[in-house]
Design a protein around this ligand. Structure first.
Ligand SMILES: [Zn+2]
Length: 101
């Protein structure tokens, strides 16, 4: 079995996906990230855990048709902006909830 192309294969199977949005999941109090695969430009969706202070990003198996995995990267600063917006929304919801009871 030839092994001289191992490095090429690794480069080919590890890509990046740029995060485009962070949103609360409709259940489970967890969060989802929208991302776009840099190889095929397909939009993908990944779970990011339930802790806004410590979202689970990093390397993932691809959800598009590309082989291997990619790294979820926040090159546009989407996560800090959306975390602030989601926090403000949660605070507003709690205030409404308190006012209703
Ligand atoms: Zn892809």
């Amino acid at each position: 079995m030839p092994t001289e192309h191992t490095t090429d294969v690794l480069e080919y199977t590890t890509g990046r996906a740029t995060i485009t949005y962070l949103r609360p999941a409709t259940r489970d109090h967890a969060y989802l990230v929208d991302a776009r695969c840099e190889r095929c430009h397909r939009d993908v969706l990944h779970g990011a855990g339930d802790d806004l202070d410590n979202l689970a990003l990093g390397d993932r198996r691809t959800h598009c048709a590309c082989p291997g995995s990619y790294e979820l990267t926040d090159s546009d600063g989407v996560i800090p902006r959306r975390v602030a917006e989601i926090r403000a929304d949660l605070t507003a919801r709690e205030a409404r909830h308190r006012a209703a009871h």
